[in-house]
Design a protein around this ligand. Structure first.
Ligand code: NA7
Length: 548
């Protein structure tokens, strides 16, 4: 039911209920609301979940933890918020991240403009009134001048197309929609499908509790088995005192991060792996351990260098995993860095335990799921619980799942299906006036510390809306030509990068989603260059956009 306090307006009236509707109360949506409110706009957030927090509300599976260090993975826009919040660990666990976002929502008094359990189902543009009408699953129908989609880059869960999936008798648990009250795995026979970050974190967390754990692996993963730990006394205070410098260095870096984690390898530009001998490489392994494969120059650009580093990685896996056959199955056979690096310890050690079995789906594909478990070509694996850590339809998925109808009734998903995922700067799509995407396809988004990339978009959009207000302009929309040219720049920026190499099939490329065209969706030219381009466009009165 609609909230009785919410006004609804007919789409034929020029009056609007709000200046801006924001979709999603995750980290981007919360800041968008705050920023716009500060500038005097009226704003309403609609959030599908029953709480704020987005990713950090939904992905509450055991072991869920951020792969960027907590001191960096947080809002930079307010030094008060930075100084008041205390992170306790190097890499924040889900529970702390969700608490942080709830605390921010309270601290900034955001909740009064957030409708929870209200999934945005449709958006339609009315050319006569130059407004958007938003309809939600809870019955809201509101009219606004602008819409900002803070829908998240990794928020549209993928259900694997496996025969009989729902015939399984036991609990079927998706990591990205994990039960609010958790789940007791103690003493159970558990299967986990998927060995990305979510699968690996679940596996290493529940391995001590379960009676048997079957890991169904389609692609072996690359990990940085970095040890998480709590901050030492005084350590976090020292970091807090240094926040101004930390943020400045982050903003000058390509990935928006300076500390090691999924986005930061700390490669040594002077170390040429192609000029090294096997003996030297083994010596580096002795010196650096798991950091050794990542320590060389040019690994993301030179596939030969990458191959040698990947061999070092394989050597490290063999040194941990006792069973040689299992070790070989766990060694990836695609370029290192092609997929997002997984951060966390204990994964390979888990396969030395008697209660853990690896099922290599390349050798024995899943035939079907039955009431009793997972049936592969090698036979039935009987299970009591099945965990699905099968990922997301990244970057475009969440937008495509909303019925968005722009100028002339053209649907966003139809436009993208026919033209490819076209967007100007990742903030606006031609034919969809006054509709903004935060961390949309064609922006650095997932290649950057996502708090920083979201903040940059929020601030750019807010500044743009102020410009429109000050110049009595009611609509803004990119030209198709400029958007197409931008996407060509997005494409060329990724050419020659290991992430687009042949044999690389990642969610960055849409390769995990059946039927999705292969296109490297995020802009990989670096955060500073991207920000500069956005700033120049704003400063120059928005060339590439039509303002009316
Ligand atoms: P990911 O990284 O997309 O991982 C999903 C995993 O599930 C991956 O190993 C997939 O194998 C596997 N998968 C997907 N569908 C199937 C089917 N049908 N059968 C078997 N295996 C399957 O998602 P995560 O949630 O772990 O992490 C997403 C991001 O969130 C991560 O990068 C961090 O940034 C945080 P594949 O590799 O496609 O062969």
């Amino acid at each position: 039911m609609a909230n009785p306090d919410l006004k609804t307006a007919s789409r034929n009236e020029t009056a609007t209920d709000f200046d801006v509707v924001v979709i999603g109360a995750g980290l981007a949506g919360l800041y968008m609301l705050h920023k716009l409110r500060q500038l005097g706009f009226t704003v309403q957030i609609f959030e599908s979940g029953d709480a704020v927090g987005g990713t950090w509300h939904f992905n509450r599976y055991p072991g869920a933890r951020c792969d960027v260090q907590s001191v960096e993975y947080s809002y930079s826009f307010s030094d008060e918020i930075q100084q008041e919040w205390e992170w306790t660990e190097l890499f924040a666990p889900q529970v702390e991240l969700e608490a942080y976002l709830n605390w921010v929502a309270d601290r900034l008094d955001l909740r009064r403009d957030i409708q929870l359990s209200a999934k945005v189902e449709s958006l339609s543009w009315d050319e006569a009134s130059r407004t958007w009408t938003t309809e939600t699953s809870a019955g809201h129908r509101v009219v606004s001048r602008f819409v900002a989609a803070a829908t998240g880059s990794l928020s549209a869960p993928l259900k694997p197309d496996i025969e009989g999936l729902h015939s399984f008798d036991g609990p079927l648990l998706y990591t990205n929609r994990f039960p609010q009250d958790g789940f007791d795995f103690v003493g159970k026979r558990v299967g986990v499908i998927g060995t990305g970050s979510s699968g690996v974190q679940v596996i290493t967390t529940i391995v001590d509790e379960v009676s048997a754990l079957y890991v169904f692996q389609r692609s072996a993963a690359y990990l940085r088995p970095q040890i998480n730990r709590t901050f030492k006394p005084g350590e976090f205070d020292a970091l807090k005192a240094d926040y101004a410098s930390i943020r400045a260095r982050e903003k000058a870096s390509n990935g928006g991060v300076i500390f090691s984690g999924a986005l930061q390898w700390h490669a040594d530009p002077t170390k040429d792996i192609l000029a090294s001998t096997q003996e030297q490489r083994l010596k580096v392994i002795e010196e650096l351990g798991w950091r050794a494969p990542f320590a060389w120059a040019n690994l993301t650009k030179d596939l030969d260098a990458n191959r040698l580093a990947a061999d070092m990685y394989g050597e490290l896996v063999r040194r941990v995993v006792e069973d040689p056959e299992i070790a070989e199955d766990l060694i990836p056979h695609y370029p290192m860095g092609c997929k997002r690096m997984i951060v966390g310890p204990g994964y390979y050690e888990a396969f030395n335990r008697k209660n853990v079995a690896l099922v290599n789906l390349r050798k024995n594909p899943i035939k079907r799921i039955t009431s009793a478990g997972v049936e592969t070509e090698a036979g039935l694996v009987e299970l009591e619980v099945l965990v699905l850590a099968t990922g997301f339809d990244a970057l475009t998925g969440a937008l495509n799942r909303i019925d968005i109808s722009g100028r002339g009734g053209v649907g966003l998903r139809d436009y993208w299906r026919d033209q490819g995922p076209i967007s100007y700067l990742g903030v606006q799509v031609p034919g969809f006036p006054n509709f903004f995407t935060i961390n949309g396809p064609g922006s650095p988004s997932v290649l950057v510390n996502v708090f920083l990339s979201a903040e940059q978009h929020v601030e750019w959009i807010a500044e743009c809306l102020v410009y429109l207000r000050e110049h009595s302009i009611t609509t803004i929309e990119p030209t198709e030509q400029d958007a197409v040219e931008w996407m060509e720049q997005v494409r060329t920026a990724a050419v020659g990068d290991v992430k687009t190499a042949a044999g690389c099939n990642s969610w960055y490329l849409g390769a995990n989603t059946p039927g999705k065209p292969r296109f490297f969706l995020p802009y990989s030219g670096g955060f500073p260059a991207y920000r500069q381009r956005c700033d120049e466009i704003a400063y120059s009165g928005y060339p590439g956009f039509v303002l009316r």
